[in-house]
Ligand binder design. Structure first.
Ligand code: UT7
Length: 335
């Protein structure tokens, strides 16, 4: 078995900043509610004509990650692309990245695991590297949420939370035992699939049916979230899967140098921090600036933490995510 490690990180967010006050002009909401319930101050939204899309933002993040890894696009053996908001229904974002970056005819795999998409994608990359199938895998998490949210009062409990952006990591064959990605831990519980979902258009609910039904009454083309229900499950699963990862490596919570939780809600991150007894310098949050960017949230936060010098060689870095599906997971990394 080989070892695998993250050798390059990058992120990209659209320039267009949307504050809570901006949203309060579109719907019945306010800065105090949003900050108190979620911690979010602003987020980035793609602006029509700014040249961004889910895949295009993914490419921008990927180019930075590649440069930092010190390799070129021709060294990449596989693309794993995580998103819930692809540019097209099919094919996926992975092939768009392959095309835009003019890469070889390498495999391009799309991962559809929503908020835990990046951890799932990283786990796939990890397996391909450890078995020797690939030497370098490009992992991308990217989302264009603003293209599909209900910006009226009807959708306010969801639409104030989400933002656009992309993050990328190059995962490469490692050189030392006991360092790099030590393990990944993935879970799902499909019985809760409807608690956080976008129903259609889908093969079960295709466009003519949506048009035939009263679009004012039934809005399956906007995401639905049972917020409190998701919140309650999130705080349990986050803690569980972090501990599961630590146990698998004979590590303790006190060994964590940096926890990067999926940026779902600042209150969720703070709850986990408190439950695990971690200090402020052991947890990184940036939801205040970007909102919840789903599959992009961990690679954006990981990149920012690394850029700020908060992650150093030898540090124990833990990634953890929970979201729609439900799906959740963690990655334990010795940097
Ligand atoms: O990333 C994937 C996983 N996602 C999560 O983990 C999200 C988990 N859930 C949450 O983060 C929170 O449940 C929310 C932020 C979504 C909502 O916060 P909450 O404290 O659970 O609020 P709530 O849904 O119970 O709503 C409380 C009140 C309601 O009014 P009434 O019924 O008490 O009169 C809502 O209608 O707040 C109202 N409300 C709003 N008010 C102002 C809902 N959205 C808004 C809004 N602005 N944007």
């Amino acid at each position: 078995m080989y070892t695998s490690k993250i050798t390059g990180l990058g992120y990209y967010v659209p320039e267009n900043v949307v504050t809570n006050d901006d949203l309060s002009k579109l719907m019945d909401t306010n800065d105090a509610w949003i900050q108190e319930r979620t911690g979010i101050k602003e987020r980035r939204h793609i602006k029509k004509g700014d040249g961004n899309s889910t895949s295009k933002m993914g490419v921008k993040a990927a180019k930075i990650a590649l440069e930092r890894a010190g390799i070129t696009k021709d060294d990449i053996d596989m693309i794993v692309f995580a998103t819930l908001s692809p540019d097209m229904y099919f094919p996926g974002g992975g092939v768009e990245v392959q095309e835009m970056m003019e890469m070889r005819t390498i495999p391009a795999l799309d991962v559809r695991n929503q908020c835990s998409g990046f951890v799932y994608a990283l786990s796939v990359a990890d397996q391909y590297i450890k078995t020797g199938m690939c030497k370098n895998v490009l992992v991308i998490g990217a989302e264009n949420h603003s293209g599909g949210l209900d910006f009226t009062t009807r959708g306010r409990s969801v639409s104030v939370i989400f933002g656009d952006g992309a993050g990328a990591a190059v995962v490469s064959r490692g050189d030392a035992e006991g360092s790099g990605i030590l393990s990944t831990h993935l879970h799902s519980e499909g019985q809760y699939k409807n608690e956080l979902a976008l129903q259609g258009p889908s093969t079960e609910y295709w466009v003519p049916q949506i048009i035939e039904d009263d679009p004012q009454e039934n809005i399956p083309y906007y995401p639905y979230m049972n917020g409190q229900f998701v919140f309650k499950h999130a705080i349990v699963r986050f803690s569980e899967v972090i501990k599961e990862g630590l146990d698998a490596n004979n590590l303790k919570v006190a060994d964590i140098d940096m926890l990067i939780p999926h940026q779902a809600n600042l209150r969720i991150s703070q709850f986990i921090q408190q439950k695990l007894g971690l200090g402020d310098d052991q947890v990184f949050n940036n939801i205040q600036k970007y909102g919840n960017t789903t599959a992009a949230s961990i690679p954006i936060a990981l990149t920012e933490a690394w850029e700020a010098g908060k992650i150093k060689k030898g540090d124990l870095v833990v990634l953890a995510a929970f979201g729609s599906g439900f799906t959740w997971g963690s990655a334990i990394i010795r940097w």
